[in-house]
Design a protein around this ligand. Sequence first.
Ligand code: NAD
Length: 290
Amino acid sequence: MQLLDGKALSKTIQKEIKTAVEQRIQEGKKRPHLAAILVGTDGASQTYVGHKVKMCKAVGFQSTLLQLESDTSQADLIKHIQQFNENEDIDGFIVQLPLPKHIDVNTITEAIDYQKDVDGFHPQNIGRMAQNSPCFLPATPAGILELLARNKIETSGKECVVIGRSNIVGRPMSLLLSRNNYPGNCTVTLCHSRTQDLAVHTRRADILVVALGKPEFITADMVKEGAVVVDVGITRVADASRKRGYRLAGDVKFDEVAPKCSYITPVPGGVGPMTVIMLLLNTLRASDKE
Ligand code: NAD
């Protein structure tokens, strides 16, 4: 069994981005600029955005964080988005999800200029992704592709099972792995909450991508010998033995599944660190469009 070490790979790519930024500056170009809009005070969202800002600094990007009150109206949020769309200094920006209930996420996603949509959630980017045309790929599935590619994992003709059909992970993952590309060319099955007898599907998987958000849901008996297992799930589970009172758990029961796998991602240190780095890569690409 080999670990798919997202932490190590993300550090490698971080250095590559930093070098590319330094080269841009030497060529007299401007620093890539990533902006983020955070609505409300959700603790996890604040942590995620804070980390993104920190990572921008680490690679030499400029960053802007716009924090809005949780009762900000949808119309006001759209006004801010339009300002970011028109601001030529901003190469790419994100609106941190989830949004407060009174705001419609699809309306907000569509208000973002798709050429600055470095989260890759705009229908233009999703449509282009489906067509295999140039676009911004959503960061988590893109990070998984990068993990597969840089570890030279064969995907062509493989049976791939994706669990979870969210717009940000499962569904784009299933599209990407079915494209005529490397990594891709898999025969993909997309499983979800209404799937009957899930284990029948998972046991056939050469590549199993798990993104449902249920800690340690996938057990050894559900996994094929020699499978590549990618665990996207991150859930805080109460743990009194830890200083912070919780631990991060994946969707896969790592200890019993890992011995059966050819490759597996740990949680933490697998998919998570790749997600932020792919957002930065998208922003670097957005700044190249100048
Ligand atoms: P989501 O809640 O939007 O979707 C969960 C999906 O799981 C749904 O499509 C649902 O149909 C499916 N599902 C639920 N119960 C099921 C069952 N019993 N059998 C089969 N399918 C079932 O989740 P999401 O936003 O895609 O996130 C999934 C997990 O990945 C969460 O733990 C989240 O924290 C994590 N995540 C991690 C990263 C990262 O960077 N590592 C990024 C995004 C999400």
